[in-house]
Ligand binder design. Sequence first.
Ligand code: B12
Length: 454
Amino acid sequence: MRVLFVSANRESVPYPVAPLGAAYVAGAARNAGHEVRLLDLCFSEDVEGDLADAVRQFDPELIGLSIRNVDNLTYPASVSYLDGILAAVASLKRHANAPIVAGGPGFSIFPDRLLAALDLEWGVIGEGEETFCILARCLEDRREVPRLPNLIRRGEAARGVARRVGRFAGNGRPARDLLDNARYLALGGMANLQTKRGCPFGCSYCTYPQIDGPSLRLRPPTDVADELAGMAGETHIDEAFFVDDIFNQPHDHALGICDAIAARGLRIGWTCFATPAGMTPELARAMKRAGCRGVEFGADTASPSILRALAKPFPQEDLRAAARACREAALPAAYYLIFGGPGETADTVAETCDLIDALRPQAVLAFVGIRIYPNTPLCDVAVSEGLIAPADDLLRPRFYISPGIGADALMAAVGARARARPNWVVPALGIRSDPTLLARLRRSGRRGPLWDLL
Ligand code: B12
């Protein structure tokens, strides 16, 4: 079967991100015997024309649409990408007769809602490889499609869909030859790869377990190091980002990955998301040895009461211990903060800022207001506090800000702290996140995490 994959993402902030998820599913489809192409709309200057050309040249029998982002998560400078996605789908329908199957992280948060909005029959929630290939085979053979894990059909409720918990990507690799690596690298993007899938934590606002499933599926460390070596060798990638929800859990798996990378002696720098929970000095040293240029901790807050309100899986003390571990290993550490959670007040904001100062971070990336996603405990809190109504459509971004402080006072408090510190980035308030500065940094030829370049 001729399968055309289309990656709808066109965002270039903080830098353009290659469609790794689509490349994984395309790789699996190719391994299953299908002929595949990938149209990446990221750099397209004429979306309608490029879609029409791709359809005319390839005449696809099936289309896989990858929806990574639906909005930019940034209050008050919120941007929804929905209109662009709707236009791409309308254009695909105009030019092609083939069925369109949607998937991707953005899709997986709103599967039933997006199938209805886009008027599509099929979608895949989370990991796509195996489900997409079985669906493709059924459609090709004109057989009835059985109920499959991760597969959702228009009109079905996402809650009723069983989730796949098997092997990581069926042990396949992404079809990296379909990605325009040179272009992404030239624009300062970090190449992406993954060591595991799944997130076992239950942070109250977060979508990761919904997208990747709550059960961890780990890759053998040598397999990851081989892939990284291949990326360095074949495509001259010198900076990578581990796109795991959390790199440093389970601890010994992360340690194994670092040891396997160090044993290869690769000259490739990398960055990752991590949790302060269980971050040991041993792991920080191993990460440094393996080429880690910096670690981005998803702290969200440092106030004990807000840590509890957000159901973060660590106490404040873990933040101190993680910072100590990184400092001793000379591993730069940045902290993501999200201000405005349930119970936030001027005092808890100050508490967070004071502790973060004490950690002497390399950088702080702060957001104000928390994106409310459906089927999360935070959504229930927002409903119970009357901030949203149960029937509100959350596909268009809505944000939670604690009534205990309010949006204006929160932005003033965070803005004052951030402006007084040279290493705080607050995209919502335009603090050290001016798009022209970011673009200049990206093109400067210096590589690595942008916060390290600031
Ligand atoms: C790592 C990451 C980043 C890194 C990326 C680094 C890099 N070099 O790649 C950084 C920090 C740069 C980043 C930035 C942003 N991110 Co981000 N990011 C993630 C994260 C944690 C993982 C994404 C990933 O690569 N996964 C690994 C790949 C292999 O998996 P996948 O894409 O999900 O693909 C699988 C399935 O989805 C499915 N699939 C994918 N495509 C298709 C297609 C078909 C047809 C099918 C059937 C299946 C399918 O199968 C794939 C393989 O199993 C996700 C959260 C998450 N758990 O998904 C957020 C996430 C994708 N990001 C999000 C957002 C919003 C952003 C930003 C806009 C934030 C901002 N304002 O800066 C930017 C946008 C950047 C850009 N240019 O697009 C949101 C998107 C949801 C939304 N509200 O729109 C997410 C979901 C986080 C969240 N809060 O919920 N991000």
